[in-house]
Design a protein around this ligand. Structure first.
Ligand SMILES: [Zn+2]
Ligand SMILES: [Zn+2]
Length: 310
């Protein structure tokens, strides 16, 4: 078989083998370090899913590798197919494998009714009798409220709105603890036991944000929702990279690398994240182009914390 030569300017060509090499949605990229690892895949228009086994969570389900099937919580950010397509594949693979424990599927409140209609239609399309259809545990999630995670009393999560071409949310997952109030630090345990017995509240609630994940959003959302920079790890989309593509990013409801850099510069010392994981690059870029663009644009003070999921 003969292959046609690539056109002279092949940077944007999906025919380029250098580009195609990272377009396999089941080829996972792992990010280690920090207090937990994460792995997954995310290229705009193809698929996005990010698994965090230590937290028993998968963010988005644009593809469902077998490694995601045992995770008990799936957070869906929005309805675009590259983020949502395999939501129910996760449920059906669990049944095939014999996992009886129900998984929980957290979806934006605004799309909950159509999500239920879609899931029902998909099941009937696959031959399930309407009389026997049972909806899995689909949980509508309201914005800006800390909620407990099923099976995990140590964790809370909160959804927040972001701006995209259709309703879209981000999620923050946090450790939920109680710590001794400052005024009781240094007291002997017997004194603490006595105070507690007398009805004194000696502890306070602590919420430690561990990871924030945004599916798709415009650059302004990174400042509108400035709390995202308090999480240990933040996972963000960075669909467009080239200097002439800022208007394109805006038009399509996505973040441009320059807008991300702007948000980091505005936030400065308020960026507490230890890891800034970038994902969802346009499928027209090669790996080298992505890494070079980030290296060139990222201010030095943040460069060590930035990881491209590619
Ligand atoms: Zn997307
Ligand atoms: Zn989208």
């Amino acid at each position: 078989m003969r292959f046609l030569p690539l056109p002279p300017n092949s940077k944007d060509s999906s025919l380029s083998p250098e580009i195609n090499a990272h377009h396999n949605a089941l080829r996972q990229i792992s990010v280690d370090g920090g207090s937990f690892g994460l792995s997954g895949f995310s290229i705009s228009g193809l698929a996005s899913y990010i698994q965090v086994p230590e937290l028993d969570i998968c963010f988005d389900m644009g593809e469902c590798p077998l490694s995601a099937v045992s995770l008990d919580h799936v957070f869906l950010t929005h309805a675009h197919g590259d983020h949502s397509r395999c939501l129910m594949r996760h449920d059906s693979l669990r049944k095939m494998i014999g996992i009886e424990k129900p998984a929980f599927y957290y979806v934006p409140e605004s799309i909950y009714p159509v999500a239920c209609d879609w899931i029902r239609a998909e099941a009937i399309f696959e031959g399930v009798s309407p009389a026997r259809f049972a909806l899995p545990s689909i949980i509508p999630v309201a914005n800006n409220i800390w909620l407990p995670l099923e099976y995990r009393p140590d964790l809370l999560f909160r959804a927040f709105p972001v701006r995209h071409s259709l309703p879209s949310i981000g999620f923050t997952v946090a450790l939920h603890k109680r710590k001794l109030k400052d005024e009781f630090l240094g007291l002997h345990s017997q004194d603490l036991i006595r105070l507690k017995a007398e009805g004194t509240e000696i502890t306070r609630e602590v919420i430690e944000p561990k990871i924030t994940y945004i599916g798709d959003c415009i650059g302004e959302s990174l400042l509108d929702q400035s709390h995202i920079w308090e999480s240990d790890t933040v996972v963000l989309e960075c669909t467009f990279l080239d200097s002439d593509e800022v208007p394109m990013a805006r038009k399509k409801g996505h973040t441009h690398l320059f807008e991300l850099v702007h948000a980091l510069e505005v936030m400065g010392d308020l960026v507490k994240c230890k890891r800034i994981v970038l994902k969802h690059f346009s499928m027209k870029y090669g790996r080298k182009h992505i890494l070079n663009s980030i290296q060139r644009a990222m201010p030095e003070r943040f460069r060590d914390r930035v990881i491209a999921l590619i």
